[in-house]
Write a protein that binds this ligand. Structure first.
Ligand SMILES: [Zn+2]
Length: 332
């Protein structure tokens, strides 16, 4: 069922079957001239059905509709080739276009670098394989390559009589973008800010620092006058500024939790540290985590560890290819 947000802005809820995120919010900007569709859903029949129904309900001519992708993840980009019109332009952040290509073609040994980042933090190789091979998102990507026009920070997109500023908000991915419409104080947030779940922040091969970027992006978003915050998943009725502060605080608490773990376990590795953190999932113990969930948990923990290293709070020692962490300066 399409939800009308403003007379010319709509939300199409799109099912993400088999994924804990449940729903992707695809948004439509409809003008008499051209339209814009923001994010699409998985390359999966359930997502396709919902999006197609929404497009029909809105009587959207896809040949007059361009597509903006907030980031490259398959729940946002999976359906592009199936729904795009022949003249639809596709927009995405430059860094995510690069990464999308690298992941799909394993360019520059992409997957080898990711594997190194996990194995050097003591992630067991068999568990790594189980997580990566069974990662459903890898099978839900668009099977067809498509070209995107790169967008840059502060660039203005004009859709009919509406103007949107592209805001680069790296963190969830390096080339993540939000779209801001000043006139209506409206922002399409992608996965940068969600109200009922915390966006996943995963470790990147160094020198990437996902959490540093993410926290900076949250600060950046405080500078915009926003009354209508439109998230890419689930509900979108919440207090924008309060949620920004809550997310910053959430990560502060996680960082402190890790400091405490490292303090009481000097020389601990990344996998062990992740296992000692609190996780809100329905598994009895760390060993019972499904492989995919464990992968996300460790990726999230490691993003926090890398931030603490960057802040000079944690020191690293390399022991036979495995990183071990202690509180910097031997302090307590
Ligand atoms: Zn998403």
């Amino acid at each position: 069922m399409v939800q009308r947000i403003l007379p010319n802005i709509f939300r199409i809820p799109v099912r993400l079957k088999g994924n804990p995120l449940k729903i992707l919010n695809s948004y439509v900007v409809k003008t008499t001239d051209r339209n814009l569709l923001i994010d699409t859903g998985f390359n999966q029949d359930e997502s396709f059905e919902d999006l197609k129904k929404g497009i029909e309900e809105l009587d959207l001519d896809m040949d007059k509709t361009d597509i903006f992708l907030t980031h490259f993840h398959s729940d946002h980009t999976g359906l592009v080739p199936r729904i795009a019109g022949t003249s639809s332009k596709k927009y995405m952040g430059a860094a995510d276009i690069e990464l999308f290509e690298a992941q799909n073609s394993d360019r520059d040994g992409y997957w080898g670098k990711v594997k190194d980042a996990f194995l050097s933090r003591a992630y067991p190789e068999d568990e790594y394989r189980a997580a990566v091979d069974r990662n459903p998102a890898r099978h839900l990507v668009s099977p067809v390559r498509f070209d995107c026009i790169p967008v840059h920070d502060n660039e203005v997109l004009r859709i009919g009589d509406m103007e949107f500023v592209c805001i680069h908000t790296p963190g969830h991915t390096p080339g993540h973008f939000c779209l801001y419409n000043k006139k209506n104080k409206l922002i399409f947030l992608g996965d940068q800010l969600l109200f009922d779940i915390t966006p996943n922040i995963s470790v990147r091969p160094r020198p990437g620092n996902a959490l540093k970027e993410y926290l900076e992006s949250l600060q950046k978003l405080k500078n915009y006058d926003v009354a209508i915050p439109l998230t890419a998943h689930r509900e979108n009725n919440g207090n924008y500024y309060a949620r920004i502060d809550e997310l910053i605080q959430h990560h502060d608490i996680r960082l402190q939790e890790l400091i405490d773990i490292i303090k009481t376990n000097p020389g601990i590795n990344g996998y062990q540290a992740a296992a000692k953190m609190e996780w809100s999932i329905r598994a009895k113990s760390w060993d019972d985590f499904p492989p995919g969930q464990k992968w996300f948990a460790v990726a999230e923990a490691l993003a926090h560890v890398d931030y603490l290293i960057y802040m000079g709070k944690v020191s690293v020692e390399n022991n036979n290819g495995i990183e071990q962490y202690s509180i910097a300066g031997g302090g307590v």
